[in-house]
Structure formats: C-alpha cells, structure tokens
Design a protein around this ligand. Structure first.
Ligand code: DGJ
Length: 745
C-alpha cells in the first residue's frame, strides 16, 4: 500500500495489491479524478487520462482553453455553476445569496493510519501500518472556506474510505446546503446498478437495473436510514457475477437521511454521489467553525460481487465494529417478544427462561412492555422505571432470577421515543421534535425525542445508566419504531433548523458512545422495527442488528441474502419463531427455521414450553450445532451460491479462514413433482484438499476434493421424492439441508 505524489505532474496515486486510485490537480486548481480500478503500474504522469477533447459550440470552457471544460472533466468533488452542469458534491450558500464555489488545491498531507472523525462512526485502524490517509486541502478563495478531502487506503482489500471536512476560515457565516461524503466520476456508464430496497418486514431486497442516461438514486428523508432503502449501492459490469468481473460497492457509514445517486450524462460518464441527503439540509458555518461529513466506503473488486462482499464483511466486522463483543461468538438468546408480546408476568418470563436454559440457550431477553405504564403500545415510552405490578423485584430482581438459572439477562429499550401518555412527556412536552403551531403527528402512538438537545440525551443516559449499573444486564436491544416528521427543534434558532436531522443522529451516536464506553461488556443489538436502521453507522456501536421483524424462514432468505451484500453474518440478528408465522402465517419445518437462522446471530423468538417433546429434542440439537459452528459461521468467509431473487433454491456457505471447515445452507422454497437433477457448486475451498462432506442430521457422508466440490458440485438431486426413497422421508415445500465439510489429513 502506498500514497505517492508527483510534484511535477501534481498527481496522486493511491494503490495497494488490488486497486489504484489516481487524481491530479487540474489546470484551474480543482482536483480531478483520473482512474479508479484494478491496480496499475505507477508512473510519474497519468495526464493522458484527463482526456482533454476539443469540443465546440456547446462547450463552456475555462480561460478560453477549449479543451478544458468542467462539464467534460472527471472531478473529485464537483461544484456547480462554473461550467459543470451535473449535480455537485457541494453547495455553499453565502451572505450575498450566491451558491457558487471554486475549490482550488492548497496542499496535502500523508498520514500513517487513519484519523478519527469527531463525533461520527467510522472505520479505524489498530496499527498505523494497516492504512495510510491522504488529506488534500482545497480552498474557496472568495469565502475562505477550506475543504479537506480525506482518502484512507487500507493495506488489504480494494478499500478506500472517504470523507470531507469544511472549515470556515473566512470572515462571514455561510450555510452548507450540500456536503456529500463522496463524489466519484467514472469514465463510462457500462454498469448495472444494484440497490437493496423494501419496506417494514421485507428489507433489503436486491433490485438490479442497467445504468441509463439521467439520474438513478435511492435515498431516505425519514430521519433513519430506513427499511425502504439502504445506504449501500453497487455498480457492476453487466458481465460481472458472484465470482468474477468488475464491481464497486459504495457504503455510507451513517444512520440518518442519505442520498446515493448515479448520474449518467450525455457523454456517458457516470457521477456517483453519496452522503447526507441535501434535501432539508442546511448547516450554518460561522467563521472558525467546521463541519465533518460522515464517512463513505468504496470497495473495488475485480473478482465479482462475492469478493466485494467479503471485503466489506472483513472491514465492517473487524475495523468498524468495536469492543468486547467484536470478535466473540454471540450468545444464543431467547427473546420473549413473539412469545408473549405485552402479556407477561415475572413468573411467566422465568418459566420461559427455565425451558430455554434446559435447551442450552445462554441469554434471556425481556422485550417491550416492562416499564412505566406500558401495557400496550399507547403508553409508557420515556418512563424507564420497572413496572412493579409485573416485576415485583424490579429489573434487578428478574435479572437475578435469570442469572440464578445460569443464563445472562438482556433488556429492551427504545431510548429515542416518548408516548404522550408518559410522565416524561407530561414533564417535558417541549422535548419532542415538533414544529411550533403545527399538528405533531404520531407514529405507533409515539413522538420522537429531540436528541439534537444535550439535556434530552443527558436525561435518557442517566435513566439507562442507572439500570445498567443497578442490575445484571448483559445485553441491550435498542429499538426505534418510527421515522421523524414535523422536524424542528425548539433548542435551535430559525437559521439552524436545517441542522436538526443531522444533529439528531449525532445525539443518537453520542448516547451510544457514552453507554458503550461506560458499560463496555454489554452486548448492544440495534433494531428499528426490525431492519429500519441496519446500517454501518450503528454497527460501529452495536455489533449486531435485528435484521427484520419478519421472522418467517422463507422471507428471511431474501432479507438475509440481500443483507449479506454489505453486512457480515455476525451482524445479522436472526431467530427461530413459531408456526404459523406471525407475519406471513406460513408453516415451515422447525429445521428450516433453524437452518436459516444459523446464518446470523441465532436465537429463539418463542416460548419453548409450547413445543412438543420431539421439537424440544430438535431445539437442543440445533443449539448444540450452533455452539459448535457459530465461530465459523459468524467469523468465516461468506459465499453466496444461489439467489432467492432468481431461483427456487437459495444456497450460501461459510468457509473458515484456513479453508479446512465449511458449513453450507441449502433451501428449497417450493417442492415439485418429478424435479430435475440438481447440483450445487461450492466456493471458497482449497482445490487440492479432500473434504469429508456430511449432511447434517443424516447418516450420509462422502469424501471429495475441493476442486470436485467447486466444479462438479454436491449432488442435491432429491432422491426422496420418488417411490422407494431409502429413508422414506418425503421432501416438502420449504425444505432445507445443512452440509458440513471438514478437510481430511
Ligand atoms: C419492533 C421490534 O423490531 C420488535 O422485535 C419488538 O422489539 C417490538 N418493536 C417491540 O415493540
């Protein structure tokens, strides 16, 4: 890995084994983009990549040089209004009403490692040798604003982390109305665009379309990254697939309003923008003040989507997630939400926990309903004191009873919210986000607390910290069940209202930071009505997230498959629930529910007392299996093998770092009569190693070379559907199989 600067040609070359990123100072002093792709040899001069073409008539040129027009120049941080007509990376509203800026190169620094981004989650290094950072300083001479573009290249993987910082070194206040984290101009548009879209209970479904002239975008203006879209997109060459071809992933380390956009112009070049959504964003920068954008991470892969995903997984698992739980196998938990909803007593909870303990569960989680006057979702949020009618011994008493069983205890909070029917709201009606004089809309009967205000964050911190200090709590599920409307803070003046969405998220990050620092061994799981805030920003504080409120195994195939494009298995909260399933009323076999949930953090979302003896025996076996293999599954290398968005069969596998062990999940949605022959080609194995292949739960096994398994494949033809099947078990809808591979010798 290296960052080289050539003084004569004013060219920067950032490279490692996998990629090169090349920029140069342009004739007008702006920073131009020359190349991003597979590693190429270093040279002093790459200026031919500026492609300066003489264009007549319609061209707007710089200083009468008709080979240089910003409109036809690839830039690092495009500005609007000075001959570039594409959507810009930045817009700064000045006192005289102008929004034009002109950022020219002033100098740069090359740093070992990676500087922290103040108040924001970001990837990090543990040892300065893991990465180098280039900080390029540009200045707009008229306003005096200094823009620092940060580029961190990691030694391993085609990773480039980017962000921008604005420092007002001028004499007048300005308003930033657009400050993207990343702008990347690519020389052509031969790409497919991948996005991960959905809604509550069907998050992160893969959608693919060809890039076309014009703008394609995904975004959120809901205050949270959202169920609807994820702050992650991919551009891939049309011929690229899971195992080969050029792919670039773009991920924003942020949990609030975002925009991810690709604009293809009439010259067929592509501009990608990623950052805080400019809609409604207006950040006042007084002289001497600065603004730091969130971080955006780009991953380049010339070995297909699978390699891109594994690069993100490794980075986000080990250099974004932090703390005690980062590298630890996650406890198998039993959450009472789908078991009881609001209908529980302390004794009933302990009964559920006792059965869970008998089965091998390690952590019992009490979900919503334990506090204040909360007996349904109309009241109580904000009153973080235990409801003594339900829990006579309080949370500490219940936690002691759970610990006495030999289990850990976890607790649900929804820190950012308040019900109008709560003591907190009665005492502080002004603590919510609402616009003066206007109706304040409710969502799930609750308001959003104004986390842009320090006193609000402080008050919630005090309440939560008291619990964590006073009871044996090992895990927190941090929920967030509505988006923001009527966004306005009574704590800010009129000309700072455009800052509220971002300041809100900074408040959320601050509360997370204070709690995780004060209670470093508590495992945090984020949640937002399922996967409404499944993003890298929260992964920095909470190493796992409840992926979706849809716990149906078949629905989960798409959700978990889509999630896997960016996020590691260790971050995907996935549980076994009852049938008929509570979201889609589908009946799936218990083994299939577990076979899907294994590829995540694993747990149960049901009352095990309600299962038959035969089912309990299965659950005990499932837990034994997961305890044996969770280290591999949660921290190994993940390979997608067959897509639920294309086929009736979904398959994926995880391979250990040393390639000596692997676990494969195979899932068939619908059964059919007289089905065709089928094989599953594996991936990620060592060609010359021979592996013992066992189908989990069955006697059958065989020994095969890695190259056989990856090229000829496992025979998955269903012999059970024809008469005379040996084990007399018939295949069925929603069938699934788990295969375990171990290298011999
Ligand atoms: C939404 C979450 O996603 C559920 O798991 C559960 O915690 C409920 N909220 C509780 O209100």
């Amino acid at each position: 890995m290296s960052i080289l600067f050539n003084e004569r040609t004013q060219t920067f070359h950032l490279y490692n084994e996998e990629m090169s990123y090349i920029m140069a100072v342009l004739p007008n002093g702006h920073l131009g983009q020359l190349y991003f792709g597979k590693r190429i040899h270093h040279k002093e001069d790459f200026s031919y990549l500026q492609e300066r073409v003489h264009r007549s008539m319609t061209s707007y040129v710089y200083d009468d040089d008709d080979t240089f027009s910003l409109e036809h120049t690839r830039q690092e941080y495009g500005v609007y209004g000075t001959t570039d007509f594409r959507h810009p990376a930045v817009s700064i509203l000045q006192k005289n009403g102008s929004a034009i800026s002109d950022f020219v190169y002033r100098g740069h620094e090359i740093l070992q490692g990676k500087p922290k981004l103040s108040g924001l989650p970001a990837t990090y290094t543990e040892d300065p040798g893991e990465a180098e950072t280039l900080a390029v300083k540009l200045q707009d001479p008229l306003t005096g604003i200094v823009l620092t573009l940060l580029y961190t290249i990691f030694a391993e993987g085609g990773i480039l982390a980017r962000s921008a910082e604005f420092q007002n070194e001028g004499k007048e206040a300005v308003h930033l109305t657009r400050a993207m984290s990343l702008c990347l101009d690519l020389p052509d548009c031969e790409y497919e665009w991948l996005q991960f879209s959905g809604a509550w209970a069907r998050e992160r479904h893969l959608k693919v379309r060809r890039l076309e002239q014009g703008i394609q975008a995904v975004d959120s203006i809901r205050g949270n990254s959202s169920h609807e879209q994820n702050p992650f997109i991919v551009l891939k060459r049309p011929t690229a697939d899971e195992t080969q071809g050029e792919v670039i992933g773009f991920s924003l380390v942020y949990s609030g309003n975002f925009l991810a956009q690709a604009q293809v112009d009439t010259q067929d070049t592509t501009r990608v923008l990623l950052g805080i959504h400019p809609f409604g964003f207006r950040w006042k920068l007084e002289p001497g003040e600065s603004f730091q954008t969130p971080e955006a991470v780009m991953v380049y892969s010339h070995r297909g989507l699978g390699h891109m995903s594994r690069t993100f997984h490794r980075l986000y698992r080990t250099r974004l997630a932090r703390g005690y739980w980062r590298d630890r196998e996650r406890p198998i938990l039993n959450n009472n939400w789908e078991a009881t909803y609001f209908d529980f007593t302390e004794d009933r909870l302990v009964k559920i926990a006792e059965k869970a303990k008998e089965c091998g569960v390690e952590l019992f989680v009490l979900d919503d309903g334990w506090f204040g006057g909360r007996r349904n979702d109309h009241a109580g949020l904000g009153d973080w004191t235990a409801n003594k009618d339900l829990l006579p011994g309080g949370i500490a008493g219940l936690a002691d009873r759970i610990e006495a069983l030999g289990m850990k205890f976890g607790l649900w909070f929804e820190p950012e919210m308040v019900n109008p029917d709560s003591d907190l709201y009665r005492a502080h009606p002004d603590w919510i986000l609402r616009t003066p004089g206007r109706h304040a809309s409710l969502g799930r009967h609750q308001h959003v607390l104004d986390f842009s205000r320090r006193e609000v964050v402080d008050a919630i911190y005090e309440m939560m910290a008291k619990f964590l200090a006073g009871a044996k709590i090992s895990y927190i599920k941090w929920d967030m069940n509505r988006s923001i409307t009527e966004c306005y803070s009574e704590g800010l003046p009129a000309d700072r209202q455009g800052e509220v969405f971002h300041r809100y998220i900074l408040g959320v990050y601050e509360l997370y930071d204070r709690l995780t620092s004060a209670f470093p061994e508590v495992l945090f799981e984020s949640c937002a009505s399922g996967g409404g805030r499944f993003d890298p920003g929260l992964l920095y504080y909470a190493p796992q997230a409840w992926a979706s409120d849809d716990s149906d195994a078949v629905e989960r195939l798409k959700i978990q498959y889509g999630t896997s494009f960016c996020y590691p298995v260790s971050s995907i909260g996935s549980h076994v629930s009852v049938t008929p399933n509570h979201q889609v009323y589908r009946n799936t076999p218990l083994y299939t529910r577990a076979n899907v949930a294994y590829f995540g953090t694993f747990g149960y979302e049901l009352d095990l007392n309600k299962l038959t003896e035969e089912e309990i025996a299965q659950v005990k076996e499932q837990i034994r299996f997961m305890k044996r293999y969770r280290g591999l599954i949660q921290f190994g290398d993940f390979y997608r093998l067959s897509s639920p968005f294309e086929k009736n069969v979904t398959a994926w596998m995880v391979v250990s770092g040393d390639k000596r062990e692997a676990v494969v999940g195979w899932y068939k949605v619908l059964n059919g009569a007289n089905m065709p022959l089928s094989r599953l080609r594996l991936n990620g194995l060592e060609e010359s190693l021979s592996y013992k292949l066992c189908e989990y739960g069955r006697e059958s096994s065989g020994v095969y070379y890695g190259d056989e398994l990856m090229n000829a494949g496992i025979v998955t033809t269903d012999t059970r559907i024809v008469d005379g099947a040996l084990d007399k078990k018939h295949s069925c809808d929603f069938d699934s199989r788990i295969f375990v591979l171990k290298a011999e010798g």
